[in-house]
Design a protein. Structure first.
Lengths: 320, 408
């Protein structure tokens, strides 16, 4: 294992009966980075996290965390890994402090150390003034922050965040981002962050793995992934284009690939301004009526589209 | 051990924060026990005095003697007069009928005019009884008492008339009335020390403490409501599975045994605490005699709590959702309580139901144990078979529960 890696995953396969959730993926997470797992629901993100956290054993392949194999050294790994599950894994009828006290205790904290860690963690997530409030009376965003806090009590080296912003408002989401950045920058925690929101991965993560149907489609920094997309997209709303038109469109100069999604024609081009004229002539020739046209900067959303042929949000909706 | 305690303390906090659970586990049972004690007291040997209306139309010496004899019977309270507008009146047939019609009384006895004279002269005399057929128990008891008294009077009358007939044929020069009076007086004296009596012997092995309804109601409802802790235990396991807290805890350095152990200990402690509260309540509020073996009571109560706890994990292992658990536990608790004699003494039930109760419920065995201790004053050794059955059942369902239980 390389010294600067905290997680090394090699050819990991995870099956549930006949269903393959993770299909031979390989990647590393470096110490001190925020590593993103971007993909729709059911892509295999949670299964990968479950394996790294020793909650589930791999069907095949190896997962080594800080030099310990998940198959052989689960107990040691659990000591320095924190997990924040996608659902609100809290006890709603007892107080914030009671929840933290319990989750701290199961990590072996007690007495003054536990109290100190509870105070510190509440300060990190900004819930110090809510310490003695019953959890069910907290707002959704506060519950999310408490959910995060419960995974931080034992000061883990690696924190696994499974879609920590699902269902929260923008303000709470930003607060959670601040918390995560602070944990990474001030406390040196390595973060594995799964999400199906491309903006989150783009803004927060130093490196991102795009995962779909249990396989990693691409892995690099958001900047590098986006740069491979050329300088942008031409997005045209059309009323009567067909799949057959796409083949002809792809053969035009400077056009890399085109997609037809819900009445919108998306044309990815190495140089959009050079491709634009050819595309417009083509549409005119084919008698395709144009309703609107935009030239867009590429994003991780476009990377996902290019790699999988579908929009990330659409696939989330479909799979939900 | 520390982690197991952490789970236990967390569970206790959750339980005591749940006001609904406190009401269901402690307040409702105490109310039910109290109501059952007052409402069904008569079923358990605590039959109170029955009010008997007596209308004396005859007002003879014999009718007065008859009323005096009824008054001597401890189970009946004779009402031979009534008060209206501050004035006392002798009970009339019309007034008595009215009271029975309004269901305020169950039975009235009418002594007709000429009753005394008919009895004295050996002619057929009838006492009339008016009854509310719906008050079967009061009617039966009143009938029994009246039959005893009427039989006595009949025998008395027969004996006196026989004696008078015989003496009339002799040459003794006395009047018939004189003979009757003499014979009646003598027979009255003889009745005070009757020549034939019944000697009652209660089997010493069955003589325990005095029976009172609390000795049925407290253990019966205590078992039933302790079983509700199985519902809480199973619900707690299923809820943790549903809300994802198990997923989080299982990623921590804590074993499944510690998680389950902490939760099961909580269920067990709650069930034990319930039983302690109910028996303490029965003893200090209603004066229920705890029998001769407190150790025995503790032992059988622990066995009941163990069984409830084990059934909790068993239920959690065979259902997926809290709704399923709620339905199944209600069915089990109510079914077992009815069949197992928690609501009424199993002695009231047909033999096949009693056998069935012992085959499919833990209540029947637990009640047997409690009855041995409370009803018959037996010792801890005597209830070991019942304790053995309960513990054996607990181990069996616990093993299946742990084997089948899924944290996912």
């Amino acid at each position: 294992m390389k010294d600067d890696n905290i997680v090394e995953v090699r050819s990991l396969i995870k099956r549930y009966g006949d269903v393959t959730a993770v299909n031979s993926i390989t990647f590393d997470i470096r110490k001190g980075e925020i590593f993103g797992f971007l993909g729709p629901n059911g892509a295999g993100k949670t299964s990968t996290i479950s394996t790294i956290s020793c909650r589930r054993k791999p069907t095949a392949g190896t997962v080594v965390v800080n030099g310990f194999d998940v198959r052989k050294n689960a107990k040691q790994i659990r000591e320095f890994v924190g997990i924040v599950p996608q659902c609100l894994a809290l006890y709603p009828s007892i107080t914030v402090v009671d929840n933290l006290s319990f989750f701290g205790s199961v990590y072996g904290l007690s007495g003054g150390v536990l109290k100190k860690r509870i105070d510190e963690t509440l300060e990190i997530v900004g819930l110090s003034d809510r310490a003695n409030v019953i959890v069910e009376s907290l707002s959704g965003g506060m519950k999310r922050r408490l959910n995060l806090a419960c995974g931080l009590l034992h000061n883990p080296q690696l924190i696994l965040l499974d879609e920590p912003t699902v269902g929260v408002d923008l303000q709470s989401r930003n607060r959670i981002f601040e918390n995560i950045r602070r944990l990474n920058e001030e406390y040196g925690m390595t973060v594995l962050y799964t999400t199906h929101y491309m903006e989150e991965a783009e803004n927060l993560c130093q490196r991102v793995a795009i995962i779909d149907k249990g396989e990693i489609a691409a892995l690099d920094s958001p900047k590098n992934l986006i740069s491979e997309m050329g300088d942008g997209f031409i997005e045209i709303s059309v009323s009567n284009a067909s799949e057959k038109d796409l083949e002809d469109l792809n053969n035009l100069p400077h056009v890399n690939k085109s997609f037809l999604l819900g009445g919108k024609l998306k044309v990815q081009a190495g140089k959009t301004h050079k491709a634009l004229l050819g595309v417009l002539f083509f549409l005119n020739e084919k008698g395709i009526s144009l309703e609107s046209l935009q030239i867009k900067e590429p994003s991780l959303e476009d990377v996902f589209l290019k790699l999988t042929g579908k929009i990330l949000r659409d696939s989330c909706v479909q799979e939900n | 051990m520390m982690k197991l305690c952490a789970v236990f303390l967390k569970e206790l906090k959750i339980f005591f924060k749940d006001r609904g659970a406190i009401v269901q586990f402690f307040i409702v049972p105490i109310l039910v026990i109290t109501i059952a004690n007052f409402a069904m007291g008569r079923l358990y040997g605590g039959v109170g005095r029955i009010n008997l209306l007596v209308v004396d139309k005859d007002e003879s010496e014999l009718s007065r003697r008859l009323i005096a004899e009824i008054k001597d019977m401890k189970v009946l309270t004779v009402e031979d007069n009534y008060e209206k507008d501050g004035v006392k009146h002798l009970m009339t047939e019309e007034y008595a009928r009215n009271l029975i019609n309004k269901q305020k009384r169950s039975v009235a006895v009418i002594i007709p005019t000429g009753f005394g004279k008919k009895v004295r002269t050996g002619r057929k005399a009838e006492i009339k009884a008016i009854e509310n057929p719906l008050e079967e128990m009061s009617v039966a008891i009143s009938r029994g008492v009246m039959e005893v008294i009427v039989n006595r009077l009949s025998a008395n009358s027969i004996a006196v008339n026989l004696a008078v007939e015989e003496l009339s044929e002799t040459k003794i020069r006395v009047t018939r009335d004189y003979l009757i009076e003499k014979a009646m007086t003598k027979s009255r004296e003889l009745w005070k020390d009757p020549p034939v009596t019944i000697e009652n012997e209660s089997l010493s092995c069955l003589v325990g403490n005095k029976m009172d309804p609390m000795k049925q109601n407290v253990p019966g409802f205590a078992i039933m409501f302790a079983l509700f802790s199985l519902a809480w235990g199973s619900m707690s396991l299923i809820t943790e599975r549903e809300q994802g807290t198990f997923e989080r805890i299982l990623c921590a350095p804590i074993s499944k045994a510690q998680i389950l152990g902490g939760k099961l200990i909580t269920t067990f402690v709650i069930a034990c605490f319930q039983l302690l509260v109910f028996f303490t309540f029965g003893h200090f509020v209603f004066g229920m005699d705890p029998g001769n073996s407190i150790a025995g009571l503790v032992l059988i109560s622990i066995a009941v709590a163990l069984t409830a706890t084990s059934m909790g994990i068993f239920i959690a292992s065979i259902v997926r959702t809290p709704a399923q658990a709620g339905g199944l536990t209600s069915l089990i608790i109510i079914g077992m309580s009815a069949l197992g004699g928690s609501w009424w003494p199993s002695e009231f039930m047909p033999e096949y139901i009693r056998v069935l109760g012992h085959c499919v419920t833990i209540n029947a065995w637990a009640m047997d144990g409690y009855k041995d201790l409370l009803w018959y004053g037996r010792s801890m050794i005597d209830i070991l078979p019942e304790v053995g059955v309960l513990v054996g059942f607990a181990i069996f369902v616990f093993s299946i529960g742990v084997w089948r239980f899924s944290f996912e």
